[in-house]
Design a protein around this ligand. Structure first.
Ligand code: S3P
Length: 198
């Protein structure tokens, strides 16, 4: 059985750029949890936070995770779970039920980066990140604070990869290799044809 590849990690660690590339290289489908939430709500994530608050967003996030992890489609080759790369928002693992559901269907790959690298990426990007504007701190201080708060949640992932000094292509390669190694330990040898070689 080939598990799904779940990509998570702090904001601006590269999930959005690398996720579609990883999916393309594996020939798998790509789905982004935040895109699913925004489509279902009919508004962007930052607007959901502004109109309804974080608790409401987290409810929508739990619903989206529950929906994506109860996917009954099967892989035509190994008859395991439908092969898919699922990219999540940076706060998804904070909720233990999300983490358990994602672990049940996949290998969780958590991207990390140095706080200074994240701050520089955030300053360059146009994406609105409501969690980083809370508390009136500098972006760097807020990143450090939130990273510390979430350290235990991120530690629950199966694999950790630091994207600070990697190109998107290098990052994709590392993710696929680490996933292959980890997935191979969780599958039956007879069904390994769907697991990418490390
Ligand atoms: C969040 C990260 C965001 C998005 C929401 C909350 C978080 O996704 O889900 O703004 O709590 O870390 P990205 O990590 O893709 O920016």
């Amino acid at each position: 059985m080939t598990p799904k590849l779940i990509l998570t990690g702090f904001m601006a660690t590269g999930k959005t750029s690398v996720g579609p590339l990883v999916a393309k290289r594996l020939g798998w489908e790509f789905v982004d949890v935040d895109t699913v939430i925004a489509a279902r709500a009919g508004k962007p994530i930052a607007q959901i936070f502004a109109d309804h608050g974080e608790a409401h967003f987290r409810r929508l996030e739990r619903e989206a995770v529950a929906h994506l992890t109860s996917d009954r489609r099967r892989c035509p080759n190994c008859h395991g779970p439908h092969p898919e790369v699922i990219s999540t928002g940076g706060g998804v693992l904070v909720d233990e039920s999300n983490c358990a559901a994602l672990k049940r269907v996949g290998v969780i790959v958590c991207l990390t980066a140095r706080p200074e690298v994240i701050a520089a990426r955030v300053e360059r990007s146009k994406a609105k990140r409501p969690k980083l504007t809370e508390g009136g701190k500098s972006t760097l201080d807020r990143i450090k604070e939130l990273m510390e708060e979430r350290a235990d949640a991120y530690a629950r992932a199966d694999v950790h990869i630091d994207s600070s000094d990697l190109t998107v292509e290098q990052l994709a390669e590392r993710i696929i290799a680490a996933f292959g190694e980890h997935a191979a330990r969780r599958v039956l040898p007879s069904a390994q044809r769907c697991v990418p070689s490390a």
